[in-house]
Design a protein around this ligand. Structure first.
Ligand code: CO
Length: 141
């Protein structure tokens, strides 16, 4: 079902400082900040050769990562994102197997404009998993 690792997301208390660290200290390809109001986060993507790092910080009052940063004030790994070719069939198969999908169970539009969903960390060894639909036939060569 799952394919490539699309990104690892790290929640950070100071997005500008984290982005500067990846750009200036680690010499990575750091993109511009991007507000995602419907997800309650601002993100900066760091493009690596084989995957991406998603630096996340809360946006708005009821951001889903605000609590995470209270528990982890220095920041920390928040989720990993795996690619799936068909998110609707992945959601169906996981639901039938008893895995819990966060929210209303329906895919939403994620940071790349593609459908995503999140799986309950209690069902996956304490790790929040994001699935993103990346259809191989729609990828640039
Ligand atoms: Co993500």
């Amino acid at each position: 079902m799952i394919g490539r690792l699309n990104h690892v997301a790290i929640a950070v208390p100071d997005l500008a400082a984290a982005a500067a660290k990846y750009r200036d200290l680690l010499g990575a390809d750091v993109h511009h900040p991007h507000d995602l109001p419907e997800h309650g986060v601002t993100v900066v993507f760091v493009h690596l050769e084989n995957t991406k790092i998603e630096l996340l910080t809360p946006l708005g009052a009821d951001s889903p990562i605000a609590k995470f940063l209270v528990a982890n004030p220095a920041g920390g790994i928040h989720h990993v994102c795996y690619e799936v070719p068909d998110i609707a069939s992945a959601a169906r198969a996981l639901g039938e197997a008893g895995a819990r999908i966060l929210g209303d169970g329906k895919p939403r539009t994620g940071a790349h404009g593609l459908p995503v969903l999140f799986l309950h960390p209690k069902d996956f060894d304490g790790t929040l998993i994001e699935l993103e639909e990346v259809r191989p036939d729609l990828q640039p060569a």
